[in-house]
Design a protein around this ligand. Sequence first.
Ligand SMILES: *[C@@H]1O[C@H](CO)[C@@H](O)[C@H](O)[C@H]1NC(C)=O
Length: 348
Amino acid sequence: MIRGILVVSLIGFLAWAYHTTVPPPPKICGSPGGPPITGPRIKLRDGRHLAYVEHGLPKHLAKHKIVFFHGFGSCRHDVVIAENLSQETVEELGIYIVSFDRAGYGESDPNPKRTIKSLAMDTEELADQLGLGSKFYVVGYSMGGHTVWSCLRYIPHRLAGATLIAPVINYWWPGFPRNLSTKAYNLQLPQDQWALRVAHYTPWLTYWWNTQKLFPASAVAAGHPQIFSTQDIQLISKVAGRQAQKSQVLQQGEFESNHRDMMIGFGSWEFDPMDLRNPFPDGEGTVHIWQGDEDRLVPVILQRYIANKLPWIQYHELPGSGHFFPVLDGMSESILKALLLRNVETSI
Ligand SMILES: *[C@@H]1O[C@H](CO)[C@@H](O)[C@H](O)[C@H]1NC(C)=O
């Protein structure tokens, strides 16, 4: 009798525990009961849609075509380099920018098969369907940096240049000396260390970890004040004010957007960015990293290590800056001029 009750209780507990680890199905945009489709989308070869938004000059008039990748918990409307750009600069430089919802965010269909490689493949298909030509620029902010690394690895022949702005680092990239990545990892809040550990070692628990209430989940996902530097706190109203379409970001569910970003971004990569070769050996283009030395989300000591290992990357370190420096006055212009104008010394 007692054994029977115990067995039944155990089965019940396991069923409950299993249930809490399985995310609910995503609410697909345009499906019955799902969020509406409000902007243009392309259809990919595998049937998924990608939603995009265009800025700057019409593409047939533009000299430089740029594909922009948003960060974690953001969407296609969060184009840090387009927001603060004057029309004068757009015309002077001849810029067209397209930004798209990475799979699962905003109005782009989820991709349960998402990998680091699929980030570059989605980019290439979007560029081809929009007719951006044989070469285009790529710019990624924060977690969008992973897509830039993917493009440098898988479609370097399609690139005219690339910029990584405060690109998020994976502590498990094998090129880091163990003592250095451990030191940087320990600078993160304990709850973020746990969120990263779960995403890396037990990705199937990512949904449960980030929705359970027993332990504090990721401070980054929650936008906890402790993750911001002094300059970030001054800039936060500018960043928050920008996000008019905030409600779109996670509308299909946080699993296929934020959680899958964590699982693939902090998982085991198919390559190490520190092993990449210069995609422009003849100087036909340039690659840049911009990093604040007070960034609390992306440790500067690891970014310096990458920059040192890849001398073909132009490394711009901004003293006193945190993670939100792209919204500083004039910053987008400096970032774009460094990328688009050859032999221009940009000093900040
Ligand atoms: C890591 O170890 C190397 C070699 O032992 C040493 O040169 C370096 O200073 C150490 N770095 C840190 C951050 O402790």
